[in-house]
Design a binder for this molecule. Sequence first.
Ligand SMILES: *Cc1c(COP(=O)(O)O)cnc(C)c1O
Length: 344
Amino acid sequence: MAIKDIDWSSIGFSYIETDYSYVSMYKDGKWDEGTLTKEHTVTMSECAGVLQYSQSCFEGLKAYRTEDGKIVTFRPDLNGQRMIDSCKRLEMPEFPMERFLDAVDQVVKANADWVPPYGSGATLYIRPYMFGYNSVIGVKPADEYMFRILVTPVGPYFKGGAKPIVLRIPDFDRAAPHGTGNIKAGLNYAMSLHPVMEAHREGYAENMYLDPATRTYIEETGGANIIFIKDGGKTLVTPKSDSILPSITRRSICYVAEHYLGMNVEQRRIPYAEITEMEEMGLCGTAAVISPVGRVDDHGKQICIPTGMENVGPVTKKLYDTLTGIQMGTIEAPEGWIREIKAD
Ligand SMILES: *Cc1c(COP(=O)(O)O)cnc(C)c1O
């Protein structure tokens, strides 16, 4: 067993085929026992539920190599539970929690050589997903489903350090009130592609969506939750809403802010107008952990975050360092956060 000889710092965030994926089929009302596979292509009916009516959901987490050489995942139980919640909303069969954790362990262990070395900044991205497999032409849920996990190494999100990004307020909504904004459904991403490409064409990194019902409260971006720092660095504020995705990174950051840094944490509705009181702003998600935001543009009006376009705010930096330290094993983790994947 030897770690692959790859220039880990240059791989970026794109799909690289590894040795094994995991697959399990749901048929006749039950899941089969599941297996590792070297087959990285899926063949199915042209009329499959996922192709016709987008019946699919997914998860995203990472495996890390810690300082002392262990391979670990970070809070995979929360991904398993969130996928169960997504499946319920989409009339898909739940993949049981214990099976989810075991499948993640198996596929990471089988691809252990693809887990980048400690200190490289790269990690092994893990993508569990499920979709309606059999043919469906009348609008209804599929009867057969495929659950798969693919893994692919990803490079450090920020090459040469985190640079603040600029967001815009779009004219589109990400989610409908009482819709699917709170689950990790592929369809949420399909409809975010046009707004995000439009944002890119205008020179913005992402869209900051307001609440779809009133457009007066801050929600999230296309793929990351938002945190703010205020009150002289003493308080972390993050939006509470039924139409945002419950980010595991954001929930972990809130815990770190309260229990490691002694901050006040407020999870509540945040009026858009309150943005002028914020001292630091960041986007949080598995891919980048925290991306600092330097400015938000609203149809020609610029809202400048005090930390500016050159620097990462001091509290954002402390949160980032503490959380990544917990993930990489240099800072003691809260009970149950780190799952070691033991070699045989
Ligand atoms: C996946 C996702 C996030 C981030 O969630 P993490 O669990 O932290 O990776 C945030 N917003 C949306 C819309 C997402 O799909």
